[in-house]
Design a protein around this ligand. Sequence first.
Ligand code: IMP
Ligand code: ZN
Length: 354
Amino acid sequence: MTQNELVMDLTSFCRELPKVELHAHLGGSLSQSTMLQLKRLYADSGIPDKTNAFFDEFQIAAGDTRSLSDCFQVFSIAHSLTSMPQALALATSLTLEEFQNDGCVYIELRSTPRETPYMSKKEYIDTIVQAIRRSSINLTIISKLIISIDRRSTSQSAEETTDLAIEFYQNYPEVVVGIELSGDPTAGQFKDFVPALTRAREAGMKITLHCGEICNPAEILEMLAWKPDRIGHGTMIHPRLGGTTETWEALCQLKIPVEICLTSNVNTKLIANYEAHQFKECCEAMVPVIICTDDKGVFATSLSQEYQICAETFGLDQSQVARLALDASQHIFDDDARKLVTDKILNFIECKEL
Ligand code: IMP
Ligand code: ZN
């Protein structure tokens, strides 16, 4: 077999492997084709989408010179294309379909409820929830929603989002599974969101926190000690990457599953290159890792591509790659779907004799 055939082989394997996506922001997951359809919807409705900016500006490639905070500006492009309920519903269904077409069998999509000129925060959540419910009729991918709290928001706004999140979790437990903290990591403080997050946890919701995107050992320790169900990124926890012995030991001891987003971390320069990622150290320390995309539209990637990059960077064979997907399925928030998804991946492993 030539090197090219081998690469092709891994590409189709990663594509075919049943995968779970546990860290995907709706606004950052819009593909070029989805954005074009959304632009058409706005044009047909006679409503300007308030942006002439397009894909070049939306995408953040490896050599991008924008700062981490600048990177957060790109989401306003996605936001202007999802301000109307019809557009938000379309963005949700097209994105779920794209994940399914990439071999993803289960997804926990996340999004930040926001008030727009065309809908309230409550209508924002309801639009996504109903789009997910409709998608379960024509798509095979199992789709859930995690409601995001933006670090830039006030405590009052976070409390309001939490009230709504709990209400939707109680009314649609088959769709809404958790709550998370994200947004520009240089803004806000974790401790200000603890009361809201604690209320969500007490109501039975699962919690995931963006953690370790910047060098802030004190906050990382507070977050880990609070024992979220999962964390996102976890980049600057290892001392080699800006963490401290204390932060790394805390993660190794608590073994909180880490949603890792390789291309996102490289393109926003959290790490110098793929090889520098903490993936190997986490595996050696038996800290569970879950391969995720973060923002597949912004970073021009896909879940199968992230699996392939991981395999190539860390020299994994097909059996090890399949076991990454299997291990990831242990950390999904929906108890009912967990066994179903695990069985699907186990069946694939058996069929492929891995
Ligand atoms: P939305 O929540 O569906 O609007 O998706 C976009 C939002 O996700 C952004 O405005 C950020 O708040 C959040 N987000 C996307 N990528 C990242 C990341 O890498 N770190 C922290 N927050 C992020
Ligand atoms: Zn993220």
